[in-house]
Design a protein around this ligand. Structure first.
Ligand code: KG4
Ligand code: ZN
Length: 349
């Protein structure tokens, strides 16, 4: 029988992290295990989807075992299984979904499909300070850059999104241009810390016209020109590398801040949550914090350990979304999935 605060086992396998978590509203976080495939993909300079899927299949039973041990639970204690059903790499999603569904079937318990970006979006609610609904959400990951209005729990409205590269993708591609290893985002951010962001002026794309859409692919081209002009022709000077990285990072983050300001103004909402892998970025956190203070608004981030992909955010989303009903037995996963099509969260009885 499923209780009101079921013990949830969550599985996340949408990209290059194999993750399993155990969580219940009553007992909180019992386990949050993440196995990263970074080493596997690094030799190829990026994620190889087929290798990711095969590795998830290999790792899932081990990570699950690890999570059960950490929580001091057995499979029989689990009351609900949640899994990421998209968006993400289809093969990678299929392994997690198939594993979750089969396990739920064998245990005779329900399973529900969770939207990866809803997991990210709700992850700031796992921190101590809590935003109040309605709020604005800035989602910045490897595959997504979106500004969302969260009008009610689980009810999402798109305000703006990237027309080309996602922020994480722009960081990764730019890092690659600069010869940094995969995944380049954190490496580029670390290099930028040593640089002078004002030496090379770069544009703040799409800020001179109204709206909240983004475009980051042009910045990558600008960086390529800077590399050709200042590194290839004049020697690979360390300070110049750091200055280029800093100019890029500053341009991206200021652009995000300008659009967040518009989202605050447009919605009138007080709170902004920032989530997704790039929400770990130090300068982004600092800049949006300052912007919030200036605008007399508030900004919330996930705990650093929950910025990247993890299964705890999937379990947490499931805890908000579960209404006692199982989703159908088919193992449907989606590479693309519009967050705004989700139904609102059920109202607690
Ligand atoms: O949310 P996430 O873990 O996976 C996706 O759902 O895509 O986001 C990963 C992305 C990568 O592009 C990675 O380079 C970027 O987040 N990232 C960062 C930082 N940490 C992770 N980008 C900039 N600065 C960081 N500190
Ligand atoms: Zn993610």
């Amino acid at each position: 029988m499923t209780t009101r605060a079921p013990l949830i086992l969550a599985i996340e396998s949408s990209c290059d992290e194999t993750a399993v978590a155990l969580y219940s509203k009553a007992d909180g976080i019992l386990a949050n295990e993440v196995y990263s495939q970074i080493e596997l993909h690094r030799q190829h300079g990026g994620v190889v989807p087929e290798l990711a899927a095969r590795d998830h299949l290999r790792r899932l039973p081990l990570v699950l075992q690890q999570a059960l041990e950490r929580a001091d639970k057995t499979l029989q204690d689990i009351e609900l299984i949640a899994y990421t059903a998209g968006p993400g790499l289809l093969g990678a999603l299929m392994t997690g979904a198939g594993y979750a569904r089969a396990l739920a079937y064998a245990l005779g318990i329900p399973a529900i499909a969770i939207h990866h970006m809803e997991g990210h979006l709700l992850s700031p609610l796992l921190a101590e300070a809590q935003p109040e609904v309605p709020f604005v959400a800035l989602l910045v990951s490897g595959g997504h850059t979106q500004l969302m209005a969260v009008d009610a729990p689980g009810k999402y409205r798109l305000l703006g999104q990237t027309l080309d590269d996602a922020v994480g993708e722009a960081f990764d591609k730019t890092a690659k241009l600069m010869g940094l290893p995969y995944p380049g985002g954190p490496e580029l951010a670390a290099l930028a810390e040593q640089g002078d962001a004002n030496r090379f002026p770069l544009p703040r794309p799409m800020t001179n016209r109204p709206g909240m859409d983004f475009s980051f692919s042009g910045l990558k081209t600008q960086v390529r020109l800077l590399i050709e002009e200042h590194l290839e022709k004049q020697g690979n000077d360390t300070q110049t590398r750091a200055d280029i990285a800093a100019a890029f990072q500053q341009a991206v983050i200021e652009t995000l801040a300008i659009k967040c300001r518009r989202a605050w103004q447009e919605t009138g909402y007080r709170d902004l949550v920032v989530a997704g892998g790039v929400s770990a970025n130090r300068l982004l956190r600092q800049t949006l914090q300052q912007e919030a203070e200036k605008q007399r608004r508030r900004v919330y981030f996930p705990p650093l350990a929950l910025c990247g992909d993890n299964a705890l955010m999937i379990a947490f989303a499931a805890a908000q979304r579960y209404d006692g009903h199982d989703s159908p037995l088919d193992i449907a996963v989606q590479a693309r999935w519009d967050l705004a099509t989700l139904p609102p969260h059920p109202v607690a009885p």
